[in-house]
Design a protein around this ligand. Structure first.
Ligand code: MN
Length: 445
C-alpha cells in the first residue's frame, strides 16, 4: 500500500547517486502513535520539510520560511510527494545536480495527532487539518489550510499557521537564519555538509517504546525550548566549506549596532570585553569576490581603503563589522595618523580590526548570540593576516580590562553581552567605558 504511494518519490530520485532511503524494504514500520519530523533543507532555496506520518508514509510539505510560533504568520507550505518512513532518520547531503541537492538536517521530531474530533482523511481532503505536535522544538496546536490552486500551479499550496495556545510567541523571528543544531546528531548544517561528526540517532527505526523513552526524557525537562527554539552553544565551525549555495539575499548595508556610554564596565559574567579602537567604524561587504566598505551611515568609502577592500574581496561572502585603524610605532591605534593616511592616500599600512559577523555565505547570523558570531568570524578570517585582524575579547574582569587598557593609553573598552543578538542602533547589550585621568586608581576599590 505504502509502496504505490511512493512511486512518485522513487521516480524522482536516482538511488545510485543519493543516500536518501529508497523506501523499498523499508526498516521503519507504522507506529501506533503518529510521528513527525521536520528537516531543514538547504536546497536551491532554504526550507523546512514538514513530514506527518499517515497510513505508512510521510505526508510532506516544504515550508519555505520554516514554522512560526506567531499566530499572525501564515507560512507557505508547498505539498510535495509522499516520503517513506525511513526518511525520518535521514540526515546528510544530497549530491549537487540530484533532485533536492543540498544539506538536510533533522531539525525536529516527535509525535503528532489530529485535534480532538478531527478525522485525518476528511481533513486532508477538505484541506483543513488542525493538529497538535509534540516534539522538541515544535509543541502545541497548528493548522494546515490548503489554498485554491491557481491556473498553472502544479502543486497544492497550503498555509501553516499557529493556533493560539500556551506555546504561542507573538514576535518570533523567522527560523531561517538560525543555526539550530540537529536534534538527532547535534551537528550544524556546516558540519553535516562537511560530512563530519556522528550521524543521527535513530527515531523511526528505534525499537517500540525506545523512541518514546527518548522523547519523554526531553519532554519532561522544563526548558523553554518549546516556546522559543533554542540555539545551542556554538561548536567550533567546521573548516570545510558547506557545499550548499547561499540561501538568502544579503542586504546592501546594515545599520551598525552602537554602544551606550557608561562610567564603568558591566560587572559579572556573560560579557565580552574588547579594546576600543580609535578609528573609523566600517562595514565590509563581500559578495562573489567583490568587496565594499561602508561608513556607519552607509556611505561607500571603498576607494579610501583600497588595500583593505582588495584583501576583503578574497573572503567568502559575508558582512563584517569592524574598525579601520592606523597603528603607531607601538602598535597602538592612532586616530590622527589615520586621518593623515586618508588625506595623503597612503593607506597601505591601515588595519581593519573585525569584531562581528552579520552574514556568512548567505546566512543571516544576526539572531545568533555574539559568542557564536565571533566563533564563526574567527574561523573566517585568515590567521596572522596583515590587514584583516580578528578582535579577541576577555570574558572576565571588566574593571581589570579597562584598567590595563588605560595603562596602555588606549581609548577605553567596549563590553558586549555574549548571548545577545546583533541589534542595529543603540542598545544596552553593547556599552563603552572610556579612560579618564586617574581611572586606574579609582577602580578596583
Ligand atoms: Mn526539501
Amino acid at each position: 500500500m505504502a509502496t504505490r504511494k511512493l512511486a512518485r518519490y522513487q521516480e524522482m530520485r536516482d538511488f545510485g547517486k543519493t543516500a536518501e532511503p529508497s523506501g523499498r524494504g523499508a526498516k521503519a514500520t507504522a507506529s501506533p502513535r503518529l510521528r513527525f519530523v521536520i528537516q531543514k533543507h538547504a536546497a536551491t532555496r532554504l526550507h523546512y520539510d514538514l513530514r506527518l506520518e499517515y497510513e505508512g508514509v510521510f505526508k510532506s510539505w516544504a515550508v519555505t520560511r520554516g514554522p512560526s510560533y506567531n499566530p499572525h504568520d501564515k507560512r507557505l507550505a508547498v505539498e510535495v510527494e509522499d516520503h517513506p518512513l525511513d526518511y525520518g532518520d535521514f540526515e546528510g547531503s544530497i549530491p549537487k545536480g540530484q533532485y533536492g541537492g543540498g544539506t538536510v538536517l533533522l531539525w525536529d521530531r516527535g509525535y503528532w495527532a489530529p485535534e480532538p474530533g478531527v478525522d485525518i482523511e476528511k481533513a486532508m481532503k477538505k484541506g483543513d487539518l488542525k493538529f497538535v505536535m509534540e516534539g522538541e522544538r515544535m509543541r502545541g496546536s497548528w493548522v494546515l489550510a490548503r489554498m485554491k490552486r491557481r491556473p498553472g500551479e502544479k502543486r497544492d499550496n497550503w498555509l501553516m499557521i499557529k493556533h493560539k495556545d500556551e506555546f504561542t510567541v507573538e514576535q518570533q523571528e523567522e527560523l531561517g537564519p538560525r543555526d539550530d543544531p540537529s536534534i538527532a546528531s547535534g551537528r550544524t548544517m556546516a558540519q553535516i555538509a562537511a560530512g563530519g561528526g556522528k550521524g543521527p540517532t535513530p527515531f523511526m527505526t528505534a525499537k517500540a517504546g525506545k523512541a518514546d523513552a527518548v522523547w519523554q526524557s526531553h519532554r519532561n525537562d522544563n526548558s523553554t525550548a518549546a516556546a522559543a527554539p533554542k540555539v545551542a552553544k556554538a561548536k567550533p565551525a567546521a573548516k570545510t566549506k558547506p557545499k550548499t549555495k547561499p540561501a538568502e539575499a544579503m542586504p546592501r548595508f546594515i545599520a551598525p549596532q552602537l554602544c551606550k556610554l557608561v562610567d564603568r564596565p558591566p560587572q559579572g559574567g556573560g560579557w565580552a570585553h574588547e579594546i576600543k579602537f580609535d578609528g573609523y567604524r566600517m562595514q565590509l561587504r563581500v559578495e562573489g569576490g567583490a568587496a565594499r566598505l561602508s561608513t556607519r551611515k552607509g556611505l561607500d568609502w571603498s576607494d579610501k581603503f583600497a588595500e583593505i577592500v582588495d584583501d576583503g574581496a578574497a573572503l567568502d561572502d559575508a558582512i563584517i563589522d569592524g574598525e579601520v585603524v592606523a597603528l603607531d610605532h607601538n602598535g597602538s591605534p592612532d586616530f590622527a595618523a589615520l586621518q593623515a593616511a586618508i588625506s595623503s592616500g597612503d593607506t597601505d599600512d591601515l588595519v581593519f580590526f573585525v569584531f562581528d559577523l552579520l552574514f556568512e555565505r548567505g546566512e543571516d547570523l544576526r539572531a545568533l548570540p555574539l559568542s557564536e558570531r565571533k566563533t564563526r568570524l574567527k574561523a573566517l578570517i585568515p590567521a596572522r593576516h596583515a590587514r584583516l585582524r580578528y578582535v579577541d575579547h576577555f570574558v572576565t574582569g571588566g574593571d581589570a580590562v579597562l584598567q590595563s587598557a588605560c595603562r596602555m593609553e588606549l581609548e577605553g573598552i567596549v563590553s558586549k553581552k555574549l548571548d545577545a543578538p546583533y541589534h542595529s542602533g543603540r542598545s544596552e547589550s553593547w556599552t563603552k567605558a572610556k579612560c579618564r585621568a586617574g581611572h586606574e586608581v579609582v577602580i578596583g576599590g
